[in-house]
Design a protein around this ligand. Structure first.
Ligand SMILES: *Cc1c(COP(=O)(O)O)cnc(C)c1O
Length: 497
């Protein structure tokens, strides 16, 4: 399987090269030359497999330059009970006869990012060898919270790599900050940046694009790479759990083989829902893909009108991991829906960076609205949904998952569709305990994070995840604050250490 760029036909690389580089040199995203097909017979057979076994099957269709042994090594090291607190890795919770919640947050950092970031380092270490790279890899990450911690946990103590995470001093929750500042591992560095997420992101991008820095790093024995969601090594592992949700439904006799399901995804950068779309195109029986947004509803408008327009107010919401106005992975969908018309994709992306908007052809718009339903909700509706689900089903969901549930309810209202439905649940409620707790009960505003955790435990009965329970007693290891124009200074210090 070869990988091409979404913006030209200049590249034709193996998966290891796509994973090592992260982004194509022309600024496009790497995409597989085709989507391998999975038959109904395959699906039935898959229902006998454990999570890592299934992951090996699916990933093997895409990472064809990895040997069987390498794939086993990656999947069985990444998806363990020790790391995910359950053998199922991604358990399916039955809310009612038609609605099933796919819990993707049992990993070490309590958000679905672990599903990909636990395995990416294994891919990358092997990619370094396969591509004949003799330098070590330095991963730089700008984060608004979840990605940074998940990347740190994934890469800590991984040989031939170093990872440095930059987070905005005032842009992350207290829990998220503590999670990063107490990070262990011999190859990690965590820096807080004076400014907002955009400042951190811009700073990191400037390092990646600076020839002088690239050379200096290389002289020190390092090559840059990225762990953000445009890397193919993060997208491919997300396809796996959609198959897993289907085979779990089969195994539990909830559906018949071949029966279609709906999939609802709370969406930000369009990575998670794109993986569901790829699964559908590979042969997973899917009726509708439901794209759920918060008040940053740029995708809802796009799917409904065919015009993508980021010229709007950035809203800060209680589902912060979906506060985004440029959904990078949409580029891969446009490539697919335009029948690989890279010239057209490039034109749209140029318009996006120049004018902040573009409009797709009627044909593309039609194809997209055939596959996707889109909707959004605001913070009050999100909280109402958390409360309603809690009261009716005695189930506690986080704010992101609640956005998905709310939009699914809207979809049901206007379609009366009775198709069995899987809702992707992307975070453990404890990660957003203030919002979740205030949705289901009255809390005073001056209660500290750890009291909130205890209160949520009392109210919900939900097990406190080990990683958050232990946070209180952990030593604060990183407290470096840096100005937004001095990120490279910190990186250089880290590389020479
Ligand atoms: C990252 C994230 C999302 C958004 O996922 P995308 O792949 O960017 O669409 C949703 N919920 C949570 C909790 C996240 O961390």
């Amino acid at each position: 399987m070869k990988y091409f760029s979404t913006r030209s036909n200049n590249y034709n690389v193996e998966s290891s090269e796509a994973i090592k580089t992260g982004i194509a040199p022309d600024g496009g995203l790497f995409v597989p030359e085709n989507l391998p097909k999975v038959s109904l017979e395959d699906l039935k057979e898959f229902s006998h497999l454990s999570y890592p076994e299934l992951a090996k099957k699916i990933l093997g269709l895409y990472l064809t330059d990895y040997t069987d042994e390498e794939l086993s090594d990656c999947t069985f090291s990444a998806y363990t009970k020790e790391k995910f607190e359950t053998d199922e890795i991604a358990p399916l919770y039955k809310l009612n006869d038609n609605t099933h919640i796919l819990e993707l947050w049992h990993g070490p950092t309590c958000a679905f990012k672990d599903m990909a970031l636990q395995i990416l380092p294994h891919f990358l270490v092997k990619a370094i060898k396969k591509t004949g790279e003799d330098r070590d890899v330095i991963i730089l990450v700008a984060t608004s919270g979840d990605t940074g911690k998940a990347a740190l946990e994934g890469f800590k103590d991984v040989k031939n790599t170093k990872i440095q995470v930059f987070y905005p001093e005032k842009g992350v929750s207290k829990i998220q900050k503590l999670q990063m500042a107490t990070q262990d591992g011999s190859n990690v560095s965590v820096i807080s940046v004076v400014g907002n997420f955009d400042d951190a992101q811009t700073g990191v991008k400037m390092i990646f694009g600076n020839q002088e820095y690239i050379k200096e790093a290389s002289d020190l024995g390092y090559v840059f790479s990225s762990a953000n969601s445009i890397n193919w090594g993060r997208l491919a592992p997300q396809i796996v759990y959609y198959f897993y949700s289907y085979t779990t439904l089969l195994k539990n006799n909830e559906i018949n083989a071949g029966e279609k399901i709906n999939i609802v995804v709370p969406t930000g950068n369009f990575g998670n829902i794109l993986a569901a779309f790829y699964a559908k195109e590979m042969g997973l029986p899917v009726n509708k893909l439901i794209c759920a947004s918060n008040k940053n509803n740029v995708l809802t408008d796009f799917i409904q009108t065919g015009t993508y327009d980021r010229n709007r107010k950035f809203e800060t919401t209680i589902s912060p991991s979906m506060d985004i106005l440029i959904s990078s992975n949409l580029e891969r969908l446009l490539y697919f829906m335009s029948n690989k018309d890279y010239e057209l994709v490039k034109e749209y992306m140029t318009l996006l960076s120049k004018d902040g908007k573009y409009t797709v052809t009627d044909e593309i718009k039609q194809k997209i609205s055939d596959a996707f339903y889109a909707g959004f909700c605001d913070d009050n509706q999100t909280k109402d949904t958390i409360k309603e689900v809690f009261d009716k089903f005695d189930y506690t969901m986080d704010t992101h998952t609640a956005v998905a549930k709310n939009v699914y309810d809207k979809y049901l209202k206007c379609t009366n569709d009775t198709t069995k439905t899987v809702i992707a649940s992307t975070a453990n409620p404890y990660k957003f305990n203030q919002s979740v707790l205030s949705a289901i009960t009255d809390v005073a505003s001056d209660v500290d994070e750890f009291e909130l955790i205890d209160l949520l435990k009392e109210k919900s009965g939900l097990e406190i995840p080990q990683s958050l329970a232990g946070l209180k007693s952990k030593f604060i290891r990183f407290n470096t604050v840096c100005e937004k124009d001095n990120l490279w200074g910190e990186t250089k210090k880290f590389l020479t250490k």
